[in-house]
Design a binder for this molecule. Sequence first.
Ligand SMILES: *Cc1c(COP(=O)(O)O)cnc(C)c1O
Length: 372
Amino acid sequence: MVARVVDLRSDTVTKPSDAMRAAMAAADVDDDVLGADPTAQRFEAEMAALTGKEAALFVPSGTMANLICVLVHCDVRGSEVLLGDNSHIHVYENGGISTIGGVHPRTVANNPDGTMDLDKIVAAIRHKDGALYYPTTRLICLENTQANCGGKCLSAEYTDKVGEIAKSHGLKLHIDGARIFNASVALGVPVHRLVKAADSVSVCLSKGLGAPVGSVIVGSKAFIDKAKIVRKTLGGGMRQVGILCAAAYVAVRDTVGKLADDHRRAKALAEGLKKIKQFSVDLTSVETNMVFFDIVDSRISPDTLCQVLEKRNVLAMPASSKSVRFVLHYQISDSDVQYALTCVEKAVEEVLTGGYKVEHLANGTTKNYYGH
Ligand SMILES: *Cc1c(COP(=O)(O)O)cnc(C)c1O
């Protein structure tokens, strides 16, 4: 018998479905660097249509997707980008926009709902008068859903307003839409509407959609032509990439309709956690597939809780020195949620009574690693 594992570390942990593997096996492929892979072309056309943009480009990861977009928009030395202080690009991408791209980041505070105040965005835009000493603002980045704020959705109206600010100041707007399909499902607004104001969008295929590998960038045809060159420069040009696009195609086809279940299960999980008196859970903060909760009993650290849970094959990651994050995805069932809750209750008891031993962490998956 295979032991039950409930893996709530991230929505990146899903294994490809049988349908994805079958599609990969059957994919018609050719050299995509030569622009000849038919499966990649079909997938990119589909993603461009879904997002309402002219063109799309498959890339190896979300990190590379964001980096390429920033580099294309900020191709002049001394460029500055405005982005959330809690954004993935700023916090979790090795500062690649600076170290590789030479682009200067200027952060604006993220509110708990994932937005940045419009007046703060405007105030952060550099004045042309200071061009002798200021960097030049060229780009604003939004993140939808905003992961570190708990998977919060940015509305189409908010995004449009940021788009208007960008336009009126001659700036571009990029959306890190790693989980834009989650936002679309939660808000009941099509993806193309949510990203209407954006000049570029990156979408993760390997998060909630469940593809094994990849992200896609969308934008105008001229933008994607430039992105293709930067992708090659960064080593992201891949050959028979249709193998991966075939899986991604199935992911988009089969999984978008299941995201609402992930969101419902995230709520159920949060409601269960709220009943545990050592935790503080804000139910209204659960908008999509992520649950962040605080541990209010100082005898329980997030690291210890996650380690004790790991012994019961429930995997999660600490989100800070006092909080833990659970992420739902299509391989987590209703009964997994109930099982996880039971394990959490037992783990809390075990920690409080000192009855736990963290001797051997079988696979070392529970790390003190705040992010993703
Ligand atoms: C995961 C993630 C990325 C990066 O994607 P990788 O494929 O892990 O490089 C970018 N932005 C957000 C908001 C993410 O959650």
